[in-house]
Design a protein around this ligand. Structure first.
Ligand SMILES: *Cc1c(COP(=O)(O)O)cnc(C)c1O
Length: 374
């Protein structure tokens, strides 16, 4: 295949294309503005109902962000100062920041081949202070939920699923977020379902947790005048719910396009015998490829080469959470989590979003071939 390199930049961001039929969205917003229904209200309820439906759960509660979804979930389950919460250092800062925001102490467990928490290492770090596990469905892959739920059940721990990168993902046809006590989602502009600012969602099957979350996100108010508990001002902005209501209908197409692109990459890399290798694809997992991430040799040089050839590859992330300065008070050191640390040095994320065409995917593969073979 002959591709003219200059004509095919392969960007990571696609937001310019995502909202190209902007007038439809603006009409919806105009209607909202004229109705004055700016806080909570009908549009948010509609978005919550649709989201609960695609997640196959009873309740969905809109909140201000994915980070807030995790913090409020943990608070609703009674997690606070003096408690320990288990998660993985292979994640975006929010997972850990949300745990810290409750006053609890984050306790890390290494990840496995697919960039998600390794359940076989969880039991070793459980203490009498452990209250919850926060698995992260990192990159859009799904953590081993049956194994995690079984540990959680035998130690009576809560599970809060950080599903920020995994909207639409499932394991054995059971959607992410519906396994644990709650599941947390983000609609940040860089996520698969992306509104025009910050927004998040918590899903649960428990009426009790849902009711508590509705109070917690709204300053602890049970009505205009009465405060039951001290909460947050963390409602999902109704204006963003309007965007979500239109975009959520396109989720199946977005998800399928990403899966198709990832398949093209996977089959090419498995055939080519280059030092760039997709992780295990576990059976029963519907991976939604928020990030198409894989391990490779000469990572920094490859990144430079791809960027120089107009392919916007990225690193998510070069420093695992236990080695961040903010984590220094936790007392971890280099060598504590070998998989996570090795990944941080060898992972690369290739553009795989729904607005790429076959030429761009092919061009990326060819450019990687050039890099390793020349
Ligand atoms: C984006 C993200 C979050 C936080 O979502 P925000 O809406 O940005 O607050 C949490 N966890 C992970 C793994 C994420 O990628």
């Amino acid at each position: 295949m002959k591709i003219d390199k200059k004509t095919i930049p392969t960007p990571f961001s696609y937001l310019d294309k995502q909202f190209s039929s902007i007038d439809l969205y603006l009409d919806d917003i105009k209607r909202l503005v004229l109705s004055g229904d700016f806080t909570l209200g009908k549009e948010l309820e509609k978005f919550e109902k649709s989201f609960a439906k695609i997640s196959k759960v009873n309740y969905a509660i809109g909140v201000a962000s994915g980070t807030e979804a995790i913090t409020l979930s943990l608070k609703s389950l009674g997690v606070g100062p003096g408690d320990e919460v288990i998660t993985t250092p292979t994640t975006f800062v929010s997972t850990v920041g949300a745990i810290v925001a409750t006053g609890a102490k984050p306790v890390f467990v290494d990840s496995e081949n697919g960039f998600v928490i390794d359940p076989s290492k969880i039991e070793k770090v459980i203490t009498n202070k452990t209250k919850a596990i926060v698995p992260v469905h990192y990159t859009g892959n799904v953590a081993d939920m049956p194994a995690i739920m079984s540990i959680a059940n035998s130690y009576k721990l809560h599970v809060v699923e950080d599903s920020a990168q995994a909207i639409g993902a499932s394991l054995n046809n059971k959607p992410v977020g519906s396994w644990g006590s709650t599941g947390c989602f983000s609609f940040h502009p860089l996520k698969n379902l992306n509104v025009w600012g910050d927004a998040g969602m918590i899903i649960t099957n428990s009426e009790e947790i849902a009711n508590k979350l509705k109070i917690l996100r709204n300053n602890g108010l049970i009505n205009r005048d009465e405060v039951a508990i001290y909460g947050h001002n963390s409602r999902l902005d109704t204006l963003q719910a309007v965007i979500g209501n239109r975009l959520i209908k396109t989720m199946p197409d977005i998800t399928q396009a990403r899966i198709d692109n990832a398949k093209k990459y996977d089959s090419a890399f498995l055939k080519l015998n280059l030092p760039i290798i997709p992780p295990n694809r576990r059976k029963g997992v519907k991976h939604v490829y928020h990030l198409y991430m894989l391990r490779c040799e000469k990572r920094d040089k490859l990144l430079e080469y791809l960027n120089a050839n107009q392919i916007e590859a990225k690193i998510h992330y070069p420093i695992p959470m236990h080695l961040q300065k903010a984590s220094s008070y936790l007392g971890y050191k280099k060598g504590d989590f070998p998989i996570s640390e090795a990944d941080s040095k060898s992972i690369i994320t290739l553009p795989a979003h729904q607005h790429l065409n076959d030429d761009q995917i092919e061009y990326t593969i060819e450019t990687i071939k050039d890099f390793y073979c020349n």
